[in-house]
Design a binder for this molecule. Structure first.
Ligand code: AMP
Length: 438
């Protein structure tokens, strides 16, 4: 299977070739022809499957193709004059909005299509100005989009294609009323695409309410199917978690870690503690300004940070390739979130490790996760925890595998001596740990 056989136009094939992709991913192979044929779509696919290109590529093609029978020229053919957007992509988070818009610009670079991204936490006027100049594709979070509707800075009357990306997450985040309001503002005749990693009752209800005889596509989830991710659990006392984490970061050869906490406050506190332990870290969560979030993510992608501490919501859709290690400092309450979290590592055939620090009060969450996975997580032996070295003035940076490991590991009253348990931490860097900065 090649991109050529999917029926994409040369200008899109050229952009795909620039990106270095040779073969369509399963979701792309199935979604692209259906979207090109004008069908509605319900796709079970999460971040990491290539779903973004799966909808953006055919949308770029459809918007650039005159409608059959009408002889109408594509709206984007001439850039003069303002034009209302014809495709709307709704996403739950700012990060995902920025990434989807970036993908649309990359894949559409040889087409005349213009893309506008609309999300909160940044200035309203530049977005309004971009909309006023005329655009073809709007990628938006629901709240800010409705602000533009209210201010009459966007015209949704020409929307032909609607995408709900990460629909399950949008419902989790309470966007259902916003989504319904937006749906009412769109022309009734349109093509609808919905992507969701999970299928709850609410998702099914939403799908049946607005999709018209959709094609169903289900691609392998990134849980049990991802054999390249070694999943481990440490049973550890709550008060020992932080020292264990610092120890693991210092002594394992991961290079960089994405650490999940349950709360924003917890993310801030842990980040400070890691810095105190000499580890370069930053937090990313909903209370941070957009510029702080973008900076932290960029620093992480460029290898300037060893640890990025994230809450579930802020991490949604983070596109970080070849991340060697994801750590669940606290287990998520929703077992599916565990799958999303660990899906950040072991991508594109690289090996990865997902480590969960489980305290006694998290046993229920652990059981739920194991039920979802259909198997127990491997229990890892607790290492003897060494104290952080005396701070040399600067925290430890990423990409420091040549550095001497802390000597004299010191027992800290942890359980050990479970002889059959092994240390699984070596050899997971698989060469490239640098995050892709695209
Ligand atoms: P997504 O699931 O859309 O977030 O995409 C996950 C990652 O896969 C992104 O970094 C894309 O750049 C990459 N990707 C998308 N399509 C392909 C492809 N056909 N081959 C290789 N990588 C791809």
């Amino acid at each position: 299977m090649s991109f050529q056989t999917l029926g994409l136009k040369p200008e899109l094939l050229r952009a795909i070739a620039d990106s270095g992709y040779e073969t369509p991913t399963p979701v792309q192979a199935r979604a692209i022809p259906e979207v090109l044929a004008g069908r509605d779509l319900l796709a079970g696919a999460q971040t990491g499957t290539g779903k973004t290109a799966g909808f953006i590529l055919p949308i770029l093609q459809l918007l650039g193709t005159p409608k059959s029978g009408t002889g109408e020229a594509p709206a984007a053919a001439g850039r003069s004059g303002s034009r209302a957007p014809r495709a709307l992509v709704l996403v739950p988070t700012r990060e995902l909005a920025a990434q989807v818009a970036e993908s649309a610009r990359i894949y559409g670079r040889y087409t005349p299509m213009a893309v506008t991204v609309v999300f909160g936490g940044v200035g309203f006027n530049p977005q309004a100005e971009s909309l006023r100049r005329g655009t073809d594709i709007v990628v938006a979070t629901p709240g800010r989009l409705l602000d533009h509707v209210q201010q009459r800075t966007i015209d949704l009357s020409k929307i032909e294609i609607l995408v709900l990306d990460e629909a399950d997450r949008m419902l989790d985040m309470g966007f259902i009323h916003d989504i319904k309001r937006i749906l009412r503002l769109l022309p009734a005749r349109r093509q609808n695409l919905m992507f969701s990693a999970t299928y709850s009752e609410d998702i099914r209800a939403l799908a049946s309410a607005f999709l018209h005889q959709p094609v169903n596509i289900e691609v392998a989830r990134r849980n049990a199917a991802v054999d390249s991710v070694t999943q481990l659990a440490h049973e550890v006392r709550k008060e020992d978690k932080r020292r264990l984490l610092s120890h693991l970061i210092r002594t394992s050869d991961w290079g960089q870690v994405l650490v999940f906490t349950r709360t924003k406050h917890g993310a801030n506190r842990l980040t400070r503690q890691l810095e105190d332990d000499g580890i370069v870290a930053a937090a990313i969560h909903g209370n941070k300004s957009q510029s702080a979030r973008t900076r932290a993510l960029d620093d992480f992608k460029q290898g300037k940070l060893t640890a990025l501490v994230a809450t579930e919501v802020a991490s949604r859709g983070l596109d970080i390739d070849q991340l060697p290690c994801v750590i669940n400092y606290e287990l998520p309450n929703v077992p599916e979130d565990y799958v999303h979290r660990i899906g950040r590592t072991g991508r594109a055939g690289a090996s990865g490790v997902a480590v969960s620090l489980v305290s006694a009060d998290e046993r229920t969450q652990l059981k739920d996760i194991e039920r979802l996975l259909g198997r127990p997580l491997l229990r890892a032996q607790l290492p003897k925890i060494s104290e952080p070295p005396v701070r040399p003035g600067r925290p430890v940076q990423a990409e420091r595998s040549g550095e001497a490991r802390p000597q004299q590991p010191q027992r800290q009253g942890q359980r050990s001596g479970q002889g059959q348990r092994q240390n699984h931490y070596r050899g997971h860097r698989s060469g490239a740990t640098r995050a892709r900065s695209g």
